[in-house]
Structure formats: structure tokens, C-alpha cells
Write a protein that binds this ligand. Structure first.
Ligand code: ACM
Ligand code: ZN
Length: 516
């Protein structure tokens, strides 16, 4: 028997407004599912949940104005209701009906996610064997604080595969995330099939081993040899795999933003195509972490051809109009001594090697723009004349530049490293610290607030080797980020969040998501 706790619902993220009323609604085998103007996916999603969770096989009917419904779940898109904010919904449970209404299907989807949580958390179990779900009457009106609610996963350092990604997308949907940023390439692995450059996966998706903790460094003939575990790491997604995952994400109203990290963090690409480097290599897919000095040669036109060809294929696979092209941690060391890079500097009238990265970003940004795409890059891409539409993802350092970018009317996504990077141990970034992070900088005046699109929690996976470890890193902090992204600041409360968390574990159990 479950006891209601002070009439407070334990939904994560906390809804904008909720109230519990007298009475109960019973979902049973006679409950009908009624839709209007809905995509099949949304309806399928709820039907499938009720079938999997309780074995209920509910009938589905078209909404009719002439019927007075009873014992029904009604999902209604109110196309005429222009006042409803995108992604907002209302969920009302009365004795006769469960009604979810929204201005767009996304809203209905979030109403369903809330209903699913209520079913897990508030079902008054009278008889364990009964398939009836007993819910309290209530009303919820809800909408997100930020329109960009993301989670980034690095699959270059370790590869987890399709089933892990689908499980993560399920969890993200439940928490009302709408962006999955997928870091697919780096020094230690290239994980996306590019048909025109097959060596990227033939060579670039495999490495011989991974540096061990406290690795010993030996020197032989002036060369450094770092101790690795000699356990090969490999794996990549074919374009068919990617289409399957994109479809899965679409059904959950999640946009996938692929990241192809250029012009640094490219050692796996250089191992495959060494001519793209300043010194010609040879290179091995890296077993070490940190910043690598070998990057693309900006003096070489083939680098631009290569980058554009890769991005063309990426644009064909992913429907997102945003593409992430990295741009973080690009050392200029090789460029300083490269003849081709120096020629480029002279020819383009650049002042120094730092401006070579600006030159690269600007050409890639124009290319994406000419294909009606928007460039996203880490905050290292920022410079004065950066294209107005380019989006900056902030992670560390130079916050003044980011504020400046915002004040020029440009857009940012906040991924502040010390609070919402989930790869750090919980001792270093405790749950409260994550929960209390506010993506809106305190110094930002009201008229700039809309330039902060939202936030992304990031999981870098240098030391995260398998999907179990992914889960242990992201739980519970991803839940906190879910609440930051969706809930109004006024309804956030850490003590209450912790309480809600205790109940939420049974939902994680159902989805077989691990936690400490
Ligand atoms: C980053 O963490 N290098 C973006
Ligand atoms: Zn060069």
C-alpha cells in the first residue's frame, strides 16, 4: 500500500504547477485511448508503455465531439490554441477522464512522460495482482524553462553501441530532454561511417589500447613510450545504424546533434589520412588522453575538401539543422613551423597562428550556412567577426568572451565544466552543486536572456569503459540537470529533489538503469 506524501507529486523535473484533487481514476482493460490529430508515434508510445508495464491492451479511437467520454485517456492537440507555448501541456485526471492537451505534439509527448511517472509513483496499489492502475485526480500545467535541454555523450574514447544509446534516449525522454549531442570523433577513435573516406572507420575506429592509471613513461631513442593496457578498443556506427537511432530519437522528440571535432582532436582521422596533417605523419589512433599537438594543416586545401565532404555526408544522415564541429583545445604548435600554414597566414593577411583557427571556423561556418545549417562550436571558436548565427557551447575559461557573444545577440548553450560535466566523481561535483547550477549568468540583463538557448550535461568517457559505468556516472546528476532545464527556478528545491530521487529509483529499476 502506498501512502500519498502531503499531496506532493514526485515528478522529475518538477512541473510548473500541480494540484491534487479528491477522487480517483482507474486505468483498466476497458479504458479507451482517444486521439485527435496525433502522430501515430505518440499514441503508440503510451499504448506500448501500458502494455509493457501492466499488460493492458487498450483500444484506440478517433476523437468525436458528439461522444460524452467516460473511462478514457484523451490526447488532444489544440491546433487553434496559439497561446500555448511550444512543448507546453496540461494534464488533467478526473474521475471520468485523463486528458492531455497541448498546442503541438511535443507537448502531448511531455504530458505522456508526466503521466508515465505518475503511474510509477502514484499508483495506489490495492491488489498487487490486479492490472488496474489507480491514480489520484489532479491537474498539471507545465512548460519548459529552456528550449535547449541536452545531454552530450562522448563515444570516441569508448564505444557503447546502439542498445546503450536507446536506453539513454528512453531516460532522456522521461526527463524531458530534447537534445542528444553525440561526440563521435576524437584522437582516440572515429565512430561514424563516411562512405567517401572508408579508412576513417577501417583504421580510425580501432586503437591498440588505453593508457593505464598512473602510467609509467619509458624513454627509448628519444621517444616516449607510455604504459597502456593493450586491450583493443574499436567500434563505429554504420549510416544504417545511425538512421535507426535517429528514428528512435525522433519518436521521443529528441534531436540528435552530431559532433565531428575539427581541426584539433583529429589524430584518429590523421591515422587514416596522414596527408591532412602538417608533417605527414605517420600516426596511430591515440591510446593517450589530453590535448594532442597533431591537428589539421590549415594551409592544405585538401583539409577543407575533406571537412566539407565529411560534413556533407553528416548533413545527409542527421536531420538536425545544427551541426557541432568541436573546435576545442587546438594547439598551434605544428602550425608555427609548417610552411603551408605560414603561407596561408601570409596570403590571407592573418596576424598569427591563432587566427588560422578563426580562418578555418569561418570557412566551415560559411559552408554550413550555404547548406542551411548552423554551426555549433566549443567556446574556443569565439572571435570578434564570428558569424552572427554560430552558436557557442560554453565549457571553460574566457567567460567574458561568452558574455560578449551573448550581448552581440548571439546564441549560447551552457555546459559549465565544474557543475554539469558528469564525468567528474561525485566527490568533486556533488549532486547539490550540479542541482544549484543556473545556466543564466547572474550578470546577464533581461533582454539578453533569450540568447541562452539552454544547457547540456556532458559525459566524457576517457575512464568510462562500458554502459554500466555510463549509468553510474550520469545517475543521479542527469536527473538534476533535467530539472534545471525544465523547471522554473521558483519551484526548484534541493531537499525536495533529494526526496523525489528516493522514489525515482524504482523507475530506474524498471528501465534497468544502474545507480550506486
Ligand atoms: C571539452 O571538454 N574539451 C569541450
Ligand atoms: Zn600546416
Amino acid at each position: 500500500m502506498k501512502i500519498m506524501n502531503n499531496n506532493t507529486l514526485k515528478i522529475i523535473p518538477e512541473p510548473v504547477k500541480s494540484s491534487i484533487n479528491d477522487g480517483k481514476f482507474f486505468i483498466n482493460s476497458r479504458t479507451k485511448l482517444i486521439s485527435n490529430d496525433l502522430t501515430d508515434d505518440v499514441l503508440k508510445f503510451l499504448r506500448k508503455f501500458l502494455k509493457d508495464y501492466k499488460g493492458l491492451n487498450l483500444n484506440q479511437e478517433e476523437f468525436s465531439h458528439t461522444i460524452n467520454y467516460d473511462n478514457a485517456i484523451i490526447l488532444k492537440v489544440m491546433n487553434s490554441n496559439k497561446t500555448m507555448q511550444k512543448e507546453s501541456y496540461t494534464l488533467q485526471i478526473s474521475k471520468a477522464l485523463i486528458e492531455i492537451t497541448a498546442g503541438e505534439v511535443n507537448g502531448i509527448f511531455y504530458g505522456i512522460q508526466t503521466l508515465i511517472q505518475i503511474i510509477f509513483l502514484e499508483n495506489i496499489v490495492i491488489d498487487e495482482k490486479s492490472e488496474t492502475i489507480t491514480l489520484p485526480c489532479l491537474k498539471i500545467s507545465d512548460y519548459p524553462r529552456f528550449k535547449w535541454r541536452g545531454f552530450m555523450l562522448d563515444e570516441a574514447r569508448h564505444f557503447f553501441g546502439k542498445e546503450t544509446i536507446k536506453k539513454l534516449l528512453d531516460l532522456m525522454a522521461l526527463l524531458k530532454f530534447n537534445i542528444f549531442h553525440w561526440h563521435l570523433t576524437d584522437d582516440q577513435g572515429w565512430r561514424i561511417e563516411i562512405k567517401k573516406y572508408s579508412l576513417l572507420t577501417e583504421i580510425g575506429s580501432k586503437r591498440e589500447g588505453t593508457i593505464v592509471p598512473n602510467a609509467k613513461i619509458a624513454r627509448s631513442k628519444g621517444k616516449r613510450k607510455v604504459e597502456t593496457d593493450n586491450i583493443p578498443v574499436d567500434g563505429f556506427y554504420t549510416q544504417e545504424d545511425l538512421k535507426e537511432i535517429i528514428q528512435y530519437a525522433n519518436e521521443r522528440y529528441i534531436t540528435i546533434i552530431p559532433e565531428i571535432d575539427f581541426p584539433g582532436h583529429v589524430v584518429a582521422a590523421l591515422a587514416s589520412y596522414p596527408k591532412l596533417s602538417c608533417n605527414g605523419g605517420p600516426f596511430k589512433v591515440s591510446s593517450l588522453f589530453g590535448v594532442h599537438k597533431d591537428v589539421f594543416c590549415i594551409g592544405n586545401e585538401q583539409v577543407f575538401e575533406f571537412s566539407k565532404d565529411v560534413l556533407k555526408e553528416v548533413m545527409k544522415i542527421f536531420p538536425s539543422k545544427y551541426l557541432h564541429v568541436g573546435g576545442d583545445e587546438v594547439p598551434t604548435r605544428r602550425w608555427n613551423t609548417c610552411e603551408k600554414c605560414q603561407t596561408r597566414i601570409a596570403k590571407e593577411g592573418l596576424n598569427n597562428t591563432k587566427e588560422l583557427q578563426e580562418y578555418y571556423t569561418s570557412r566551415i561556418c560559411s559552408f554550413l550556412k550555404s547548406h542551411e545549417h548552423i554551426l555549433i562550436g566549443w567556446n574556443e571558436i569565439l572571435y570578434d567577426n564570428l558569424d552572427i548565427d554560430a552558436v557557442c557551447q560554453y565549457w571553460t575559461n574566457n567567460f567574458d568572451l561568452v558574455l560578449d557573444h551573448i550581448k552581440k545577440g548571439r546564441k549560447v548553450i551552457m555546459s559549465e565544466m565544474s557543475t554539469i560535466y558528469l564525468n567528474y566523481p561525485i566527490e568533486l561535483t556533488p549532486l547539490r552543486k550540479t542541482y544549484e547550477y543556473d545556466p543564466l549568468p547572474t550578470e546577464l540583463e533581461e533582454n539578453y536572456v533569450q540568447n541562452v538557448l539552454g544547457l547540456e550535461a556532458c559525459l566524457w568517457t576517457e575512464i568510462v569503459k562500458d554502459s554500466k559505468m555510463v549509468e553510474l556516472r550520469i545517475i543521479p546528476r542527469l536527473l538534476a540537470v533535467g530539472e534545471i532545464g525544465w523547471s522554473p527556478k521558483e519551484v526548484k528545491n534541493f531537499e525536495r529533489f533529494e526526496e523525489k530521487l528516493n522514489s525515482f529509483y524504482k523507475i530506474l529499476d524498471y528501465y534497468k538503469i544502474g545507480y550506486d
